[in-house]
Design a protein around this ligand. Structure first.
Ligand SMILES: C[S@@+](CC[C@H](N)C(=O)[O-])C[C@H]1O[C@@H](n2cnc3c(N)ncnc32)[C@H](O)[C@@H]1O
Length: 488
């Protein structure tokens, strides 16, 4: 295991404002060989002949390029790559302009949210899944732009979408031959929209836009709320900020937003939901560390730790450092932030540097002890890896990347992590167990079994938070269990 121990310095530095995205990590890339049978009709395998990195000769800021870029990213997700990584690969391959990046990202995220519906519609209109996967994905992306819900304003005129999708197809050597088919399918959708949708929506995949196993698992766990939970996961996430109380107050920061012509709702002790999402570069005071991007549910973690100055605190699965930053904003603690992924750990460093707060960063596995200095901690945060089923509105690719068997595998890993960390906690100390999962196997069942195994005292904590959208509350689906070790 590679070990890396570094102490953050507090040198002020000019910062790229995009360091904090507030996003939870999407699942890691998965080799095609490890995948189970695909849930969607389309094969997830990327055909070796597909020229994924082919740079099409299209106008840099055209809708055709945006559609093709989004299709490329969606095809990579179908091959097991998470969407942020897939988009980074596409931006690089296409040398995309900032405007093109925005358009590609927007269409790719929208396509992910409606991939089940588009697949079913394509199944009704084509005899077999269009190959290669990028062609199916191009059609799916164009369908999403055409399939505008009643009452919503279309982003593009229908004829423009069809024209640009055909142009995109024609520009790619792997499926230029299929441009007439693209034209025919999209025109047929426009002609027969009502009938096709009525037929498609009879299938749960089209109705909910989740794999059927996911729908079944949600219904089994939440017989009364499963529909609201699935619907919440299809919403666009808000941009929620955490105000850094070391540097400003909610009131002062609201005033600063107002000066910049921006509005926000207070949805937690330090949480502000912006009325309109903006790029982090345009968030007032972001670069100076006045605020961070963090979901209101995730903002509950640090206060639950009951921190005091001078404590030794471990954040055992820390990247990208959202909760580490909050911990350090609340008290002058000696924080060790561990993560198994050195690249992601570097983001903890960037985020803490922006906030001007020090920590010791360690690359290591939380289920191992080879990185530990042997001194017990007063507080431990175990924000363990999980299916991330509670944060699908931020990561609409997760549902298509996950497999039913992941729940068990991840629960086994978090079992080992929790048992290991418990040995690192001092008597009377507290351990906060957090997941961003909705599945009881990963959260409540795990917490209950842990308490029994270690005779741990269970303190008050929110337990399972379901994803909620509302005027005064708006948060992801998270789970919190707080344990105390008996005094020696
Ligand atoms: C839910 S995220 C943590 C989010 C973070 N606490 C925050 O608030 O920004 C889980 C993290 O655990 C890391 N991870 C996964 N397996 C791990 C392991 N075995 N040991 C340590 N870290 C692990 C992942 O790289 C990921 O960064």
């Amino acid at each position: 295991m590679t070990q890396k121990r570094q102490t953050l310095t507090l040198k002020p530095k000019p910062r790229a404002a995009q360091a904090a995205t507030g996003r939870r990590p999407a699942p890691a890339a998965r080799p095609a060989a490890q995948q189970e049978a695909p849930r969607l009709r389309q094969s997830y395998e990327v055909k070796p002949h597909l020229q994924q990195d082919y740079r099409p000769a299209l106008a840099p800021d055209s809708l055709a390029l945006a559609l093709l870029g989004a299709a490329n990213a969606v095809a990579r997700v179908r091959a097991g790559v998470n969407l942020p990584q897939a988009l980074a690969e596409v931006f690089n391959a296409y040398q995309a302009t900032p405007q093109a990046r925005g358009a590609i990202q927007d269409i790719a995220y929208r396509t992910m949210r409606k991939l089940g519906r588009s697949e079913v519609l394509l199944g009704l209109m084509t005899a077999k899944a269009p190959e290669p996967p990028m062609l199916s994905s191009l059609l799916a992306a164009a369908l999403v732009l055409l399939d505008v819900p009643e009452g919503e304003v279309a982003s593009y005129e229908a004829f423009t979408v069809v024209d640009q999708a055909v142009t995109a197809a024609a520009a790619h050597p792997d499926f230029a031959h299929a441009k007439a088919m693209v034209n025919a399918v999209l025109r047929r959708f426009l002609r027969e929209r009502q009938a096709l949708l009525a037929e498609a929506l009879r299938q749960p995949l089209a109705q909910w836009n989740y794999p059927e196993w996911w729908i079944d698992a949600t219904r089994a766990a939440y017989p009364d709320q499963w529909q609201a939970i699935l619907a919440a996961g299809n919403e666009h996430p808000p941009l929620t900020l955490r105000v850094n109380r070391r540097k400003t107050s909610i009131e002062d920061y609201l005033a600063r937003l107002a000066q910049a012509g921006m509005q926000a709702d207070v949805i937690g002790p330090s949480a502000l939901r912006l009325s309109q999402a903006v790029n982090v570069a345009h968030i007032p005071g972001f670069a100076e560390g006045l605020v961070s991007v963090q979901d209101a549910g995730a903002q509950l973690a640090a206060p639950l730790l009951d921190l005091a100055d001078g404590m030794r605190v471990l954040d055992a699965c820390a990247a990208p450092g959202g909760k580490s930053g909050h911990i350090l904003e609340l008290a002058d603690v000696d924080l060790t932030a561990v993560d198994c992924d050195p690249k992601r750990l570097a983001r903890v460093g960037e985020n803490l540097q922006r906030l001007g707060l020090p920590a010791t960063l360690v690359a290591g596995q939380a289920q191992d002890r080879d990185w530990w200095d042997g001194r017990q901690y007063d507080r431990i945060l175990a924000d363990v890896p999980c299916t991330a089923s509670g944060i699908v509105r931020r990561h609409p690719d997760i549902r298509w990347l996950r497999r039913r068997s992941d729940t068990h595998q991840l629960a086994t890993l978090s079992f080992k992590i929790l048992d290991n960390l418990w040995q690192m906690l001092r008597p009377d100390g507290k351990l906060l167990f957090v997941t961003c999962s909705l599945w009881p196997q990963e959260s409540e069942a795990q917490a209950a079994a842990f308490a029994v195994r270690h005779n741990a005292i269970r303190l008050d904590a929110p337990g399972q938070l379901l994803p909620t959208i509302g005027a005064s509350r708006d948060h992801d689906g998270l789970f919190y269990a707080l344990f105390q070790k008996s005094a020696a």
